[in-house]
Ligand binder design. Structure first.
Ligand SMILES: NC(=O)c1ccc[n+]([C@@H]2O[C@H](COP(=O)([O-])OP(=O)(O)OC[C@H]3O[C@@H](n4cnc5c(N)ncnc54)[C@H](OP(=O)(O)O)[C@@H]3O)[C@@H](O)[C@H]2O)c1
Length: 326
């Protein structure tokens, strides 16, 4: 029975993944790593985990030693923390015993933005396809999640550990768990809007964002866990990089539904989003996302049976944010 360590277990992906993994594989020893002890009861009583470890991503020595004790590590915590990924890789390399350690890493579609700054759809923009290994070879540290992905791809290619990367689009839906998280995607969109005082889109907002529902993503991640355990690992690390998305939506359409939803919840006086320039769209990396097309294609994932079934994010936003207090 493979032992599994889930890192970032209290998050949108991590909590549901832990519960469903234990449900599907009750005999696999499951350890969860997170920092908030308020979540202990849920993991003990609802998920039925075998072991709870508290700690932060910054405690590299601890992450390393925990990774060294497990057959499989699933990083559902951070795709943009290369030090965390390095600690996991180093730990898995230090495992005692015959078999190689396995890392299953959840990465994000922010890698594949076209870096336009005008918010316009472009038919000429690159569509990144997981079945094209040359596309995946281009993943690099200048991308939003590229530094961690690169460490993992390199470790997979040097053959010291088995690696699988699931790169999912911006994720919507409702998380389960003790302290349900909005998830990184909604946190970025709503947090940025709150700091601006309105919901922005750039230019005409016709640029396309790729999105996926959490249930569709989880079904596929669990499929990859099974694959990692059941099948012999062969080929390059790039051949185990899977892209998943459910639909592509225009930024203006997302902003329109989000603005109406936040208005109905009393967050903003106006139910309308606002068209702004790149410079006015927020802080840090966020305008890069809002101004860009994110065009992903998962032919390799589809060949493994991935098929999105959820309703559109445009229908989901009001219900996903309903129970959240802003
Ligand atoms: N949601 C999306 O739109 C999306 C799309 C594509 C890829 N991804 C990737 O999928 C992964 C999971 O995303 P998510 O939406 O589930 O994220 P999330 O809900 O924000 O959860 C993040 C998890 O990491 C933990 N965490 C964060 N910083 C930590 C630290 N310094 N030390 C210890 N724990 C820490 C959080 O713990 P606390 O509960 O204590 O904060 C939580 O368990 C991330 O790598 C993300 O980039 C997400």
């Amino acid at each position: 029975m493979p032992s599994v360590l889930v890192v970032g277990a209290t998050g949108m992906v991590g909590a549901s993944l832990s519960r469903q993994l234990k449900q599907q594989h009750p005999t696999w020893p499951l350890t969860v790593y997170f920092r908030n002890p308020q979540a202990d009861n849920w993991f003990r009583n609802v998920v039925g985990v075998d072991r709870i470890e508290h700690g932060t991503f910054e405690d590299a020595a601890r992450v390393r030693s925990l990774a060294a004790e497990h057959d499989i590590v699933i990083n559902a915590g951070s795709s943009f923390d290369p030090a965390l990924s390095q600690a996991i890789v180093d730990g898995l390399k230090q495992r005692q015993g015959g078999s190689k350690g396995t890392l299953i890493h959840v990465s994000g579609g922010g890698n594949f933005i076209d870096r336009r700054t005008d918010g316009k759809y472009s038919a000429a923009s690159k569509v990144w396809n997981d079945s094209n290994e040359d596309d995946i070879k281009k993943v690099n540290p200048s991308m939003l999640n590229g530094a961690a992905d690169r460490i993992i791809l390199d470790a997979g290619n040097d053959g010291s550990i088995n690696t699988f990367i699931v790169n999912q689009a911006l994720t919507y839906g409702v998380a389960e768990g003790p302290l349900p998280s909005l998830g990184v995607g909604y946190k970025i969109l709503t947090g940025n809007a709150q700091s601006l005082g309105f919901v922005p889109y750039i230019g005409d907002g016709s640029a396309l964002l790729s999105v996926i529902h959490i249930d569709d993503a989880l079904r596929f991640i669990l499929r990859i866990v099974d694959l990692a355990v059941m099948q012999e690992v062969i080929g390059s690390a790039e051949s185990r990089y899977y892209i998943i998305y459910g639909e592509r939506v225009a930024w203006k359409d997302v902003a329109t539904v989000l603005a109406k939803t936040l208005h109905n919840k009393g967050v903003f006086p106006s139910p309308e989003p606002r068209s702004v320039s790149f410079e006015e769209a927020g802080e840090g990396e966020i305008p890069k996302l809002l101004g860009s097309n994110m065009l992903m294609q998962g032919d390799r994932s589809a060949a493994l049976g991935f098929k999105a079934t959820a309703r559109s994010i445009l229908e989901h936003i009001p219900e996903d944010l309903e129970s959240h207090t802003f």
